[in-house]
Design a protein around this ligand. Structure first.
Ligand code: GEK
Length: 245
């Protein structure tokens, strides 16, 4: 069986200049290793996502995994969902990520069917959804368009449906942002990334990933109509919210 993921050494050598981060074939090849060593708590979030999804999924509905990358959240949902007639829809706008996702799904034979779509999440029509997952995807969407995406998700959810939103976050107090950023970099160092790798990756993400505060996320979710919104996971400057329609 083909190895699940290569070791991430993409930013090991000096880059001049450091270009913007892209979800290309090189990233797809190392992605599981990259995200596990970069996002503290990622394996816990993915494991719990499936359990949360199973709690809120309704029979004969769709579960969306928006920005599905290699399908980790889709597979976690497929592992736990018991309701009849459910399909999972994985959406990503990177063909390289989806190609690798297809290979992984082919090897995993998920219990619930997973359909993949190569599309911009802003263009997808969400319908008959009982669960929608945005696992570290909203942070890559233009801030001015985030409300439109969340409103589209809310209208496409059935009553009682759930959105699971995981994001890198910032804090109203810049000293707290600095403290947690420092700790996050220490986490990456402990995971084997060098100072150069950490700083080049940070530069690559600067114009691509825009974190917001927990308060901004909660206010926007309430503004589009979610009735109950709670943070269910936080580790340093990463968190996940469960929002119910
Ligand atoms: C996981 N959820 O492993 N439309 C569609 N896809 C997009 C868009 C967009 N506008 N912008 C970014 N993406 C996954 C991890 S990674 C998070 C998600 C990270 C896609 C992008 O191609 C990438 O695959 C994913 O969102 C973000 O649970 O790398 O930090």
């Amino acid at each position: 069986m083909k190895q699940l993921s290569d070791h991430d050494s993409l930013y090991l050598e000096p880059r001049q200049p450091v270009g913007d981060f892209q979800f290309d074939a090189d990233v797809a090849r190392v992605f599981p290793d990259m995200i596990r060593r970069s996002v503290p708590g990622y394996p816990v979030i993915v494991a719990l996502l499936g359990i949360l999804a199973a709690r809120h999924v309704q029979p004969h509905t769709l579960c969306y995994d928006l920005g599905c990358s290699l399908g980790a959240a889709s597979l976690s949902m497929a592992r736990h969902i018991q309701q009849p007639g459910c399909r999972i829809v994985g959406v990503d706008n990177s063909s390289a990520m989806l190609q690798r996702c297809r290979e992984i799904l082919g090897q995993s034979r998920p219990r619930a069917p997973v359909d993949l779509m190569c599309a911009d999440v802003l263009q997808v029509n969400i319908e008959r959804a009982s669960v929608v997952v945005l696992n570290f995807t909203l942070q890559f969407i233009d801030c001015t368009r985030r409300i439109e995406l969340l409103a589209n998700i809310h209208q496409g959810l059935v009553p009682g449906g759930a959105l699971i939103l995981s994001e890198k976050i910032t804090f109203a107090d810049p000293r707290q942002t600095e403290r947690f950023t420092h700790l996050h970099h220490a986490f990456k160092g402990a995971e084997g990334y060098s100072d150069l790798e950490i700083s080049q990756k940070r530069t690559a993400l600067e114009r691509v990933l825009y974190p917001e505060t927990i308060e901004t996320h909660l206010e926007r979710l309430r503004a589009v109509g979610f009735s109950s919104c709670d943070v269910w996971f936080q580790c340093l400057n990463f968190m996940s919210i469960l929002a119910l329609k």
